[in-house]
Ligand binder design. Structure first.
Ligand code: KIV
Length: 263
């Protein structure tokens, strides 16, 4: 049975922290599902961690739908959330609605989009049509050019705007809100003010759930990472070592052995 919006609300009611992880393919989806991860986000971060771009801006609907369908095929119980890419929901409410619909047809159970009050009309239309919507405020990477970089948001007076936006998203019908790169005190304030769950990334401990980008979680990404990332494995080193061992075995005539051959 797929995790429901009601079950996520129950996590908040029980004050039981939960997690969400990004996911971009069927095999990883089946492994994360086996681990009991309740929420799989087909994040537009795939533009960076899968497709190699330096921001999330270039990825479009067609690519997002291919990866969303793959994740939906791999997941059994997790709720699959499709991340609406830059340009897919800003032009008009009608276009936003059409694109949200395409995510659900591809197998997503919900969609996520970035922004506060400026996207509530589109969210209202979607939720009235039965599409669960997750909001996203604080650092909204699709606005990287307007924000002047991937910077912490909501410090000082601007924190009130983040809170207002989160309340507007709740009012519009969102079932949860991602808070990205905001001071912990602000995230705690927003979490207390909202009846729906907050899911933090770089938002400190006082949120209802935590989300990480899976290639960061498993140590596949390299180079400097944001302060909030905690690596739980060193998959990159494992992969490099496995490839080197394979090459060494082949060069030394140790692979394939008798047990790897057909006769
Ligand atoms: O696209 C994404 O992966 C996200 C998470 C960082 C929340 O939006």
């Amino acid at each position: 049975m797929t995790v429901t919006v009601g079950e996520l609300a129950a996590f908040k009611a029980r004050r039981e922290p939960f997690i969400m992880l990004t996911c971009y393919d069927a095999l990883t989806a089946s492994a994360l599902d086996e681990a009991g991860v309740p929420l799989l986000l087909v994040g537009d971060t795939l533009a960076m961690v899968v497709l190699g771009y330096d921001s999330t801006l270039p990825v479009g609907m067609d690519e997002m739908l291919v990866f969303t369908a793959a994740v939906a095929r791999g997941a059994r119980n997790a709720m699959v959330v499709g991340d609406m890419p830059f340009g897919s929901y800003q032009a008009s409410v009608a276009e936003a609605m059409r694109n949200a619909t395409r995510f659900l047809k591809a197998g997503a159970n919900a969609v996520k989009l970035e922004g506060g009050a400026r996207v509530t009309r589109a969210i209202g239309k979607m939720t009235r049509a039965g599409i669960p919507v997750m909001g996203h405020v604080g650092l909204t990477p699709q606005s990287v050019n307007a924000l002047g970089g991937f910077k912490v948001q909501g410090r000082g007076q601007t924190g009130d705007q983040v809170l207002e936006d989160a309340l507007a998203l709740q009012e519009a019908g969102c079932f949860a809100v991602v808070l990205e790169a905001v001071p912990s005190e602000l995230a705690a304030r927003v979490t207390r003010a909202l009846a729906i769950p907050t899911i933090g990334i770089g938002a400190g401990p006082e949120v209802d759930g935590q989300v990480l980008v899976t290639p960061d979680l498993i140590g596949l990404t390299s180079g400097p990472l944001p302060r909030f990332v905690k690596r739980y494995a060193d998959t990159r080193a494992t992969l490099v070592e496995a490839a080197r061992s394979f090459a060494k075995d082949v060069a030394g005539g140790h692979y394939p052995g008798p047990e790897h051959q057909y006769h």
